[in-house]
Design a protein around this ligand. Sequence first.
Ligand code: NAD
Ligand code: MG
Length: 398
Amino acid sequence: MSAVRGVALLGATGSIGRSTLSVLRQHPDRFCLVSATAHGRSAELVDICAEFKPELAVCRSADEAAALCGPIRAVSPGTQVDHGAAALAAAASHPAAESVMAAIVGGAGLAPTLAAVRAGKRVLLANKESLVLAGGLFIEAVRAHGAVLLPIDSEHNAIFQCLPAMDGGGRGLVGGVRSILLTGSGGPFRTRARADLAAVTPDEACAHPIWSMGRKISVDSATMMNKALEIIEAHWLFAAPAERIRVVIHPQSVIHSMVEYDDGSVIAQLGQPDMRTPIAHALAHPDRIDAGVKRLDLAAIGTLGFAEPDFERFPALRLAYEVLATGGTAGALFNAANEVAVEGFLAGRLRFDAIEPVIESVLQAIPAEPVTTLEVALEADRRARVEAARLMAEHFAS
Ligand code: NAD
Ligand code: MG
């Protein structure tokens, strides 16, 4: 067996972070945690340090770092405690980390994930927003720095497993691949009429019927914005043109996605709706390890259902294809407007059914331009946030 792999974990206290720790815990002979970051939930960060003894722990602020130094040193004397953007980048590019799990939520994950890419790491990418915000530059950096990208998003991990061997860096769909079939459960409101969505509460939107996830991605699943972001994520990860990416509604979430070939073959990856499977797959790749996941009992599941997605009912899907057709900073605008709208909805400032109208209005208000530098993408992100907040306050307040 190979040497112990050092792992950096960005977003250690989140849903993906906890699932990653669960897999690491089962394989101390294969992996060791070298750095961990958290933004709040500092008691959990102390527990992580006590159990895994990382070399570096990064928290949200100087005050938090000062308060955590004592408790962390008491349980793990070798752990250095730090905070801020430079410390996040240091955690991501830690010399002892071979693999970096990028599991910070939202555009905030871009800079630390890029730091891992620029350090030439194996980057286990959960943070799909990085690709939506600045996919072209991100993939260019992967190539330039010899980093390896392994998708964690269950659909993209499934596609990765169904495609012929690839080098993990947007090489492009090889000959013989006809299309990528992204499956989506349809979320908690799949069968609810659009007119009945006005009164949806944050707790209802976050109660996903199949997957247990962080609150932002749960709301994204309820609007199907998550699938919209995943269409763009697939475009960049697999260098797949928009017309070769199709969405299929599959309420049971047993098939995590499929690849269709020219000869008529369709290859699917199946599994429990448990993120520890893609996480274990990417951590150990190309080996296979136990993820601690229940075995799939197909006879108990009985039937798998499929349907076409409803683009009227879920306008986010239509917007994703429009964003791909526009290109440039449209992805950054799309992602940032969604983040602000979701935050507003979770805080009770925006109606659920106003999320997509806010995003569409931002896309109409700010013209897209070519992403020539990272600054251009980040400026579009900033402008979209300001415009979304203005629209919410002036036109869409709940
Ligand atoms: P979460 O909200 O549960 O956790 C987010 C983590 O990021 C936490 O550790 C938090 O402390 C940290 N964080 C939040 N804001 C930060 C900031 N400004 N700076 C630094 N750190 C910050 O989210 P999650 O559900 O674990 O999702 C994480 C990422 O993985 C998202 O990009 C999501 O789209 C993706 N993803 C999640 C799932 C899932 O099942 N949860 C599945 C596929 C993809
Ligand atoms: Mg997914």
